[in-house]
Ligand binder design. Structure first.
Ligand SMILES: Cc1cc2nc3c(=O)[nH]c(=O)nc-3n(C[C@H](O)[C@H](O)[C@H](O)COP(=O)(O)O)c2cc1C
Length: 175
């Protein structure tokens, strides 16, 4: 049994990336893993202030939900990171969370990572997001196990019935 943490960055509940997260979650739960999904917009997460206090204390000065998320990341075997594409890159919610990795950046390696990326464009237009997130998580010492591309989807729910749904479910089943 593995601990699987899903970080869902879209503001849209039941939007395309959130639906793919749920398909992944269904597969991973059915194969007996312990799965938790965090909808990042539901949490209180502020911007990094670049005060570097964390370099001295190991802790962030901001008293919000990020410490709990970092703790959960460290205790997970598998981390799923899901974002819609906004102006060719990850959305601001996810970038804000990544900047807040700073206090623990040396202790966030050793995980299997799956990326879920959605956008109205075809895969070619979403690839920058995959490259950026791959670089960030590899540099932290993780392995990218798969990228699920929810391409060509705009309105909420359009991803239902696409190949990405099966890929998300199968990836979860086989974590
Ligand atoms: C601010 C904003 C910028 C966007 N920029 C892009 C883009 O550059 N490329 C793209 O393919 N889709 C873009 N989209 C469309 C979303 O990525 C698309 O609707 C996606 O399905 C949203 O995922 P979600 O349902 O998980 O929120 C943009 C949407 C918003 C709101």
């Amino acid at each position: 049994m593995k601990n699987v943490l899903i970080l869902s960055a879209s503001p849209r509940k039941e939007g395309n990336s959130d639906i793919l997260c749920d398909a992944f979650m269904k597969g991973a739960s059915e194969s007996g893993n312990n799965v938790e999904k965090i909808s990042l917009y539901d949490r209180n997460i502020n911007f990094c202030r670049a005060c570097y206090s964390c370099f001295k204390t190991g802790k962030c000065v901001l008293q919000d939900d990020m410490a709990e998320i970092l703790d959960k990341m460290q205790r997970s075997d598998v981390i799923v990171v899901a974002t819609p594409t906004y102006f060719l890159t990850m959305n601001g919610m996810l970038k804000t969370v990544i900047d807040r990795f700073l206090p623990k950046w040396q202790d966030l390696g050793g995980h299997d990572i799956f990326l879920i990326i959605t956008g109205h464009d075809e895969k070619r237009g979403l690839e920058l997001v995959g490259q950026e997130l791959t670089t960030v998580f590899k540099n932290l010492g993780n392995e990218i196990k798969g990228i699920i591309w929810g391409e060509g989807v705009w309105q909420k729910g359009e991803v239902i019935g696409t190949r990405a749904m099966k890929e998300a479910y199968d990836s979860g089943l086989n974590v």
